[in-house]
Design a protein. Structure first.
Length: 304
């Protein structure tokens, strides 16, 4: 009798919550919100552990993602200022050499630096002995994209009047390798964050389902739609992700400050809208992964 009485009370409780008038949609939304926060309340102190863990995962992702944007920005900035130096042979026709180089595809600009100007600048920077100027006339060749430097060099090298070529190939190569590594790490961290988030949310939602199993069963027997049963649990997971993301934004802003100082030190522009993009991405990943983990947990532990 006790079990039957309890079932009847739960049945009346669920029945009283079913919408019966023209305010159906509002009442449904209200009940879903109530059930969502009810599930959060039932989790108790576990909520703190969940949100803290989510914040730690999203902080690691956000910091690496923000660093990746800075590295990409530096590589791009370095490529935009990188120039090929073409050293000319003595007494060559500079105007003809410049015209031939300007006609090469991907060449944006060619600047002539006379040997006298180069020697004068060198003497201002360092103390050099009073000897005859050993420097050649130089052309600084600006290329539209760092990826096209090798192509342009192959076209400039055979031009009559060009003695030698140089550019900071090793430095650019190292930055490009760092850029690829940072992108790979970011992808790996996203995958790990997804797995950890789904695992945490899965265990939490399972506890909520177990505590409300009898009530959910009665709702199903009364013909309550599956989405009505699922929605509060999915929203509960999304709320965990959202709150975890909000907490993660604090340390991510600290990382942002240090990265801006690095950009200032190297006198390179930062990635435009980087912080806004990182915050938005962290919020989206936190909410979507948590809601997705909750939905997967429902499919696994609740046959609705």
């Amino acid at each position: 009798m006790t079990s039957l009485s309890k079932r009847n009370r739960l049945k009346q409780k669920v029945k009283s919550h079913l919408p019966k008038d023209w305010l159906t949609e509002i009442r449904i939304a209200y009940r879903i919100a109530i059930e969502t926060f009810k599930g959060i309340a039932q989790a108790g102190l576990i909520n703190i552990a969940i949100i803290t863990t989510m914040a730690a995962i999203l902080t690691i992702f956000g910091a690496i993602f923000r660093t990746t944007l800075s590295v990409s920005s530096m590589v791009s900035a370095m490529g935009s200022v990188l120039e090929i130096s073409a050293y000319l042979k003595p007494n060559c026709d500079v105007a003809t050499v410049v015209k031939n180089i300007q006609d090469i595809e991907h060449v944006q600009r060619v600047k002539f630096i006379s040997r006298e100007a180069s020697w004068s600048e060198l003497k201002k920077e360092i103390d050099v002995p009073d000897v005859q100027n050993p420097l050649p006339d130089t052309l600084h060749i600006k290329v539209d994209n760092p990826q096209n430097i090798e192509y342009v060099m192959s076209k400039v090298k055979p031009i009559n009047g060009v003695n030698d070529l140089s550019y900071a190939k090793d430095l650019v190569t190292k930055f490009q390798v760092i850029n690829k590594i940072s992108h790979t790490i970011t992808l790996v961290v996203v995958i790990i964050a997804c797995i950890l988030t789904i695992t945490i949310i899965n265990n939490t939602i399972e506890l909520v389902i177990q505590s409300r199993k009898e009530e959910i069963e009665i709702m199903r027997l009364m013909g309550v739609s599956n989405w009505y049963i699922k929605s509060p649990l999915v929203l509960q997971g999304a709320i965990y992700g959202f709150l975890g993301a909000l907490v993660a934004i604090i340390p991510i802003n600290i990382v942002q400050g240090y990265l801006l100082k690095i950009h200032e030190f190297f006198m390179m522009p930062g990635y435009t809208y980087a912080q806004g993009l990182v915050v938005f991405t962290v919020l989206i990943i936190g909410v979507s992964f948590s809601a997705g983990g909750s939905f997967m947990s429902i499919k696994k532990h609740l046959q609705v």
